[in-house]
Design a protein around this ligand. Structure first.
Ligand code: MG
Length: 250
C-alpha cells in the first residue's frame, strides 16, 4: 500500500511526529450510537432504562438503591438519598438525560432540584453540575440549571419546560495532585440540550453549600458519578460514560 503520509516533513513541536506523519498511529475506530445521544461502542452504559445494577446507595452501599425504575427511566424517591456508580472514573465524557417533574411545585432551589456530581464517592465530595427546573423559575445565578453549583453560573439558561427530557453532555478533567499539592484543578465542559454552558471551566474546589469552595484534601485519582436526592422526583434516563484517561478502575 502506498504511504498515507510523509516522512520528510518537519516535526510538530512538542510531539514525536512529523506533520502528516506516515507512521503516526491511527485513531481508534469506534461505532457511534445509531441515534443522537445513544451510547457509542466504547461507552460504559450506566443506565439503559432497565435496572440500577451499575448504581448503589451512598448511605448504605449494601442496601437497596431505593430509586424507582419504570417506563425506561429512574426517578428520585425522596428520602432514599443520593446514588452513585459502582465503577469509578478519572477524566471522562458523560451523557445524562433528565426531566424535572411535570407538575410544578415549589420555587427557586425547591423546584425540580437534583444534581450530577463528578468525581464523587460520598455526599461531601465531588463537583456538582446543578439539575433544577429553571424554566420561569428565578433562583440565585450559581444555582441555575447547569451551573457549577456555588461557583459558576452557566453561560446561558437553556432549560426546557418541566416534564420534557433534557440532556447533559459533560467532559470532566479530573484534578491532578502531587504529594498533597494541587497541580491542576478539576475542569468541566458542559452542554445542556446541545448548548454550551461551560467551556473548560476550572472548579474552585469540590462543591459546597453557602461556603467558598477550596481544594483542601487530595482527590483520589478516580471517583464515582453521583446523582442527588434533593427531595424532588427528578427522572433520569440514558446515562453513559467514556473514560478519557486510559484507565477505568473497578
Ligand atoms: Mg442540586
Amino acid at each position: 500500500m502506498a504511504s498515507l503520509g510523509y516522512d520528510d516533513t518537519d516535526f510538530i513541536p512538542g510531539q514525536p511526529y512529523r506533520v502528516h506523519d506516515s507512521q503516526r498511529p491511527q485513531p481508534l475506530v469506534i461505532t457511534p450510537g445509531a441515534e443522537v445521544g445513544a451510547p457509542p461502542s466504547d461507552a460504559v452504559v450506566l443506565f439503559d432504562g432497565s435496572d440500577l445494577s451499575e448504581w448503589e446507595s451512598v448511605k448504605d452501599p449494601d442496601a437497596d438503591v431505593g430509586w424507582k425504575v419504570e417506563h425506561g427511566y429512574m426517578e428520585v424517591v425522596k428520602g432514599t438519598g443520593d446514588i452513585r456508580t459502582v465503577k469509578q472514573w478519572g477524566d471522562c465524557q458523560l451523557h445524562v438525560e433528565w426531566a424535572a417533574p411535570e407538575k410544578v411545585q415549589g420555587d427557586s432551589q425547591g423546584r425540580g432540584n437534583s444534581g450530577v456530581f463528578l468525581h464523587s464517592s460520598d455526599i461531601s465530595s465531588g463537583y456538582e453540575i446543578q439539575v433544577l427546573d429553571c424554566y420561569n423559575n428565578p433562583t440565585y445565578a450559581d444555582g441555575t440549571t447547569g451551573g457549577i453549583y456555588g461557583q459558576f453560573p452557566p453561560l446561558v439558561n437553556a432549560c426546557r419546560k418541566p416534564g420534557l427530557w433534557q440532556s447533559y453532555d459533560i467532559i470532566f478533567d479530573a484534578p491532578v495532585w502531587d504529594e498533597g499539592w494541587l497541580v491542576v484543578p478539576a475542569a468541566v465542559t458542559v452542554l445542556l440540550n446541545g448548548v454550551l454552558l461551560h467551556h473548560r471551566q476550572e472548579a474552585m474546589g469540590p462543591t459546597g453549600h453557602k461556603n467558598v469552595a477550596t481544594y483542601s484534601t487530595p482527590d483520589p485519582e478516580v471517583g464515582g458519578l453521583r446523582l442527588q436526592d434533593h427531595g424532588d422526583a427528578v427522572r433520569f434516563r440514558n446515562i453513559w460514560v467514556r473514560s478519557l484517561a486510559g484507565y477505568d478502575a473497578e
